[in-house]
Design a binder for this molecule. Sequence first.
Ligand code: GLN
Length: 485
Amino acid sequence: MHNKSVAELSRELESGKISSVELTREFLGRLKKEDEQLNSFISITEEQALADAHAADEQRAAGRATPWTGVPFAHKDIFCTNGVATTCGSKMLANFVPPYDATVTANFRKAGAVCLGKTNMDEFAMGSSTESSYFGATTNPWGLSKGEKRVPGGSSGGSAAAVAARLVPAATATDTGGSIRQPAALCGVTGLKPTYGRVSRYGMIAFASSLDQGGTIARSAEDNALMLNVMAGFDPKDSTSIDREVPDYTATLNEPLKGLRIGLPKEYFTGNLSAAMEEQVRSAIREYEKLGATVKEVSLPHADLAIAAYYVIAPAEASANLSRFDGARYGYRCEDPKDLLDMYTRTRAEGFGAEVKRRILVGTYALSAGYFDAYYLKAQKVRRLIQQDFINAFSEVDVLMSPTTPSPAFIQGEKTSDPVTMYLEDVFTIAINLAGVPAMSVPAGFVDGLPVGLQIIGDYFSEARLLNAAHQFQQVTDWHQREPQ
Ligand code: GLN
């Protein structure tokens, strides 16, 4: 059962071959056993899951099922879950039990899906390796059979590792600079970051509000489409949510790709990309040519400014967003504060980890009087130029393709001493968030036994086309079905 896709499990439940209670028991048993090696979950909500599975079986029996009714999945621990701890990977929120659901959480609940627990992540989604979690690092299932402990990527490393290891068929995730696509690539699974504004941010703990976007991780493009069907849509509770019709993302998966115009951004095929990685990506693109697509080189001339602009804008927004964690209303509070100032300062000194503090310091500096024009305002102008690069590219081609990451999963601890080498993990993903366009990572081969991701980038609101392109590729390749030992 654990090797089946969401689409297949849904059909088995519908035919009555298996009940949601049986399925949920099987996944919970596997999860509790296998996750000791991976640490991909922060919490497992066994009792709630079994109760939801019972309810789902009743819904099916009553003929009121959606495709998700009774299907197990997991939420990244950044989405608020009513009555269930939501930590964001931080000591600051280790004791936080939200009194409400995020819109994404509520949508899955309404669809009848069965949440098995909350997945591990970098603290406050800041990172590319899931090593900064207060609850310990997550290990990538790839490499374990050789005795290697590799990172699953981050910040949604728990979701990606859990899906790769078949602990859940699907998991929610978020992406501010690459946090869905980079872990999906490093774990050999399929992930989608939708257009900014497509999925509600209500109840999704904020890191950098103008960049954060909720999205999907599963093994196949089809399962990503099933997830997005539940997640996408206008939400009056999120002021940046966009009121625009939501298509059925599964309806166009089988469209032929003949005539699809693919652009290869030349700036994404240089620098620190290894020859072996490049060969895997180019051979994936040749598959697309066989499917009838045309390929040409395009340019994103401001690509090399993306990391610098992001590491001003994202920390600036983070420094403002994280000012709410002060020990006054919820979350961690230091012991025996002497006075109010002592409570604020010690709570924040003790509650936040090193990377989060680094971002708050950088962001506060960039926003401070006298530096605002030189850093924050300048970065926003660069952001506009980066956005224009994508607008120009999409006047010539339908999608862009590139590697998702410059290299495969690295060994734990390899990049923790130098933050800048960690930041460079996102060199091919970050500009997409600055522009706000959607992008996917799709399994496209292996280098030294480790998965390689193909990134497919689309114009605003072209999620259906991206999913179609990924699905067609997955009809002629089986990289997404490879299972780590
Ligand atoms: N790795 C990037 C960062 O650390 C992006 C993280 C994310 O997308 N949440 O900020």
